[in-house]
Each structure stands twice: as C-alpha cells, then as structure tokens.
Design a protein around this ligand. Structure first.
Ligand SMILES: [Zn+2]
Length: 273
C-alpha cells in the first residue's frame, strides 16, 4: 500500500491534510504548527493512518469521531494498540463506540487535550440526521462535518428526521462564509450531477463541476470546500427559499410547501437518483 501525498491546507496555527481510505473516505489529519504529532478525524482504517504518519514521522496526538459508522470508527482500536492507551478519543455518547474516552454530549466550545500537551480549540455542534449521534467539530475556520454535510450534498437520513436534518444543515449555513468544509467522503462529482438536475439554471454548479472533474482526473481531492461555495451550489442548503418548490412538486407529485418538506423530498429524490 502506498500513501498518496495529497495537498495540505494551511490554517492559522495548524494545517490539514487527508489520508485516503476505502473507496472514497478521507481521514482528515490536523497538525498544529511546529508539532510532531497529528490528530485524526474518523479513522476508519488504522493501517492507512499508521503508514502515512510513519512517512511523515508523526506520532498520534488524539482522535476525533463524528458518528458511529464503522468506516469512521473501525481503526480506533488498532490505533490505540499501536500508539498507546494515553491517546484521547473524543466523540459522541454512543455505547457502540466503547473506545471513546472523552464524551461530547452538548454544543460547547472547549480545549481538546492531546498527548504531550497538544491542544485544539474546538466548537462542537450536534448535527443529528444522518445518525442521531452525529457531531461536527469547528477548529479555527475548519469544519469537520463527517457525513452530515458533503460538498453539493448531505448524508442520507439513516436515523434522524427531516426536521433534525434541516436544523443541522441550518447550523452549517450560518457559519462564516470563509469556513472551510472537510467532509469525510469524496462524493462531490456525483452530488453535482444531482444538483445540476435539480437546479439546471445554476451556472455555479456547472462551473464547479468542470473544476471538480479536472481535480478528479488528476486524482486530487475536491475538498475542502467552503461555506461560501456550498451556499451557492448545494441544493440541500436551498430549501428555505422557494426556488425548489416547482421542480420538487413536479418530481414527487407532492406539495413542497415548506422548507422541511422540500428537504425531505430532495433527500428522497437523491436516495433514488
Ligand atoms: Zn455515516
């Protein structure tokens, strides 16, 4: 297995780079400036993290988990075995993730403490919908949103209600436009195909599709995105205004007369797209 060296994104005081896992997962890594330790978010695959960290001569500072799905949590146990039990694991309250030793149960701002005095300042958001336990981390202006928000899309409704998903997406939409968005999957191109169908007159979707296609042809990530971009091209963030009413009503043969109903119908359409 060889680790592809993806581009690093620089933020104030830290940088972020992805490790590819499985077919289309990204395990995002945060390295604070000058540190020889890195944090990983949603390590579904321990071997990919260990190999990348060996190449970069990094040790593990801590683990952040967004929700309970196996492709986000499956590597935790092996990482703790490899790097030692002193590594903190932050995540939601869920008995199905027994390795979590720092439970985050409410929306708050806090200092995440890692190994060797490593500290990350994080805002925690509870964003149920895809799953009920889903949380997101805002670190500086970097949003790690797991499967709650994708570029040009959002996660399937496995456990939550359309209202919960709507409220969660609204939290993201209210973040500063300069916030960079780090979802856990490379779904951008397939999401854009759906977005183009829903909003055929949205030129920004067509332009972004061209840009994303070019990046994928070079096997580069389309991520991070930004809140500024998502507000323009992500139809799941467009349910508050009525531009989607006609097409959704036509497609579903139901009356798409509220934002939550529009989101529900949009999600159902995408599930079968
Ligand atoms: Zn998931």
């Amino acid at each position: 297995m060889s680790v592809i060296d993806f581009p690093t994104t620089h933020h104030q005081g830290f940088s972020v780079f992805p490790i590819a896992a499985f077919n289309d997962n990204y395990i995002w890594c945060i390295q604070t400036d000058g540190s020889q330790r890195g944090w990983v978010i949603d390590p579904g695959d321990a071997a990919a993290v260990i190999e990348c960290f060996q190449q970069r001569q990094l040790l593990l500072a801590g683990i952040l988990i967004t929700h309970h799905h196996r492709d986000h949590t499956g590597g935790i146990a092996d990482l703790l075995q490899h790097y030692g039990d002193a590594v903190p694991v932050y995540g939601p309250l869920n008995p199905s993730i027994p390795e979590i030793n720092h439970t985050l149960i409410s929306e708050t701002e806090l200092r995440l403490k890692g190994v060797d005095g490593e500290v990350l300042h994080a805002g925690i958001f509870c964003v149920p919908g895809h799953t009920l336990d889903h949380i997101a981390y805002l670190i500086g202006n970097a949003l790690f949103c797991g499967d709650a928000l994708f570029s040009a899309g959002c996660g399937r409704l496995f456990e939550g209600t359309p209202l919960q998903l709507y409220q969660s997406l609204t939290k993201f939409a209210r973040l500063p436009e300069s916030t960079l968005v780090y979802p856990a999957h490379e779904y951008t191109l397939s999401n854009l195909k759906f977005a183009r169908t829903v909003e055929p007159d949205n030129q920004a979707i067509v332009d972004y599709m061209r840009e994303a296609t070019h990046l994928r042809q070079q096997q580069l990530p389309t991520l991070p995105s930004s809140i500024k971009r998502e507000l323009v091209i992500n139809p799941f963030l467009h349910c508050t205004d009525e531009r989607l009413t006609t097409i959704l009503s036509q497609h579903s043969q139901q009356i798409a007369d509220s934002a939550v109903t529009r989101l529900k119908l949009l999600r159902q359409w995408k599930d079968n797209f």
